[in-house]
Every structure is written in structure tokens, then in C-alpha cells.
Write a protein that binds this ligand. Structure first.
Ligand code: SF4
Length: 195
């Protein structure tokens, strides 16, 4: 019999595939329901998200919700929004900030999860890791160029964004088209999903 999404989520939450590389141990943080129409593919949980088990439970999450025009109630309703980062567990810190998502995670789980999310109409790709994985050769040379080319990806069901970390604020200041054009349109696009 075909595995259901709740069964698969139980399997994900018991995962220890890369436990040897996780300084705080496995704690997969994701949400999904077969009815979800918006999917957010981010990078990996930070320390605060690891401690609380709540995805995007930090300043980056507040900013992302603002860009999307979603309330916390909408954002955290798995029937509306699936949240599945490229690495489900906190990878720890390196010399220059949090480490990248574990490379085992998305190839192990994403295709199986996506197959059980048949109603997704739009996937938000937050950051370079998600964009490279889902857009592959269609990515432009830099994150900025990929985000600027966002209209090309919309017919494919994807929309690339920079990471909403406050540390990326200088990028937003240098690229005023992002908030003036893309974010304004993004809110309309998300509103059209009637979540
Ligand atoms: S990061 Fe992914 S692959 Fe590694 S233990 Fe967590 S769920 Fe499993």
C-alpha cells in the first residue's frame, strides 16, 4: 500500500542518516499536509529553530512572512503552507556562521515528500542552496541575478528569494527593485492562492 504523508513525516522525524555530522543531534523541523498549496524550501534550521522545533521562528521568519504577506496563523497552517528546508536539522556553526544544510537530506527526502504534496501551486526557493537544487542549470550565475530573473521561473511553479536574514539587509538596500517590484508582486501572487 502507498505510504501516506503522515507516515512519511513520521519516518522523516525518526531520521538519523547524518547524525554523526550534527553537533546537536537530529531534530528535523518541517511541516507538510497534502492540502498545502504553497511550499517554502529554505536552507536549514538555525539554533533557535532547533531549540523550539518551530520553523522560521526567528527574525528571518518574521521578514519572510512580511515578504509573503502571510500572518503567523496562515504561515503555520500546514494545510496551507508546506515548509521543508534543504536540510531538516540544524547543522551547527562554522567559522563564518551556520554551516550549509547537510547534503544528504534533500536527496533523501524531498522527492518523496513532493510526491505526496499534489496541490502545491507555487514553491518559494529561499537562498542559493534551494535554487541550485530545484532550478539546477536554470540558475543564473549569482543569487542576485537568479532572483532578478524571477519572472522566468514563475511558469515553472518556482519563485526564488534571497535569504530574509537581517544580515542580508545591505543586499536589499543595494537592490531596491527587490522590495519595490518583486515583494509587491509576491504578495499579490500569494494572495491569489487564497490561503
Ligand atoms: S538533516 Fe536530514 S538526513 Fe540528516 S538526520 Fe536530519 S532529517 Fe536526516
Amino acid at each position: 500500500m502507498r505510504q501516506t504523508l503522515p507516515q512519511l513525516l513520521n519516518e522523516v522525524r525518526a531520521c538519523s542518516l547524518c547524525a554523526a555530522h550534527l553537533p546537536y543531534g537530529p531534530r528535523p523541523v518541517l511541516q507538510a499536509h497534502a492540502a498545502a498549496r504553497l511550499r517554502i524550501v529554505g536552507q536549514a534550521p538555525g539554533k533557535k529553530v532547533h531549540e523550539t522545533g518551530i520553523p522560521w521562528n526567528d527574525a528571518s521568519g518574521r521578514r519572510l512572512r512580511d515578504w509573503l504577506g502571510l500572518s503567523p496563523e496562515q504561515f503555520y497552517d500546514a494545510r496551507k503552507v508546506a515548509i521543508m528546508p534543504m536540510g531538516f536539522c540544524y547543522p551547527g556553526r562554522g567559522a563564518s556562521g551556520d554551516l550549509p544544510p547537510r547534503p544528504e537530506c534533500a536527496p533523501c527526502w524531498h522527492a518523496r515528500l513532493n510526491a505526496l504534496l499534489p496541490n502545491v501551486e507555487l514553491t518559494i526557493l529561499v537562498g542559493r542552496h534551494a535554487q541550485k537544487y530545484y532550478l539546477a542549470q536554470r540558475c543564473e550565475a549569482t543569487l542576485g541575478e537568479t532572483v532578478k530573473a524571477w519572472k522566468l521561473y514563475l511558469p515553472l511553479g518556482f519563485l526564488p528569494l534571497p535569504h530574509p536574514s537581517p544580515r542580508n539587509q545591505p543586499w536589499c538596500v543595494r537592490n531596491p527593485w527587490f522590495e519595490a517590484d518583486l515583494v509587491r508582486r509576491l504578495r499579490d501572487i500569494v494572495r491569489s492562492l487564497a490561503l
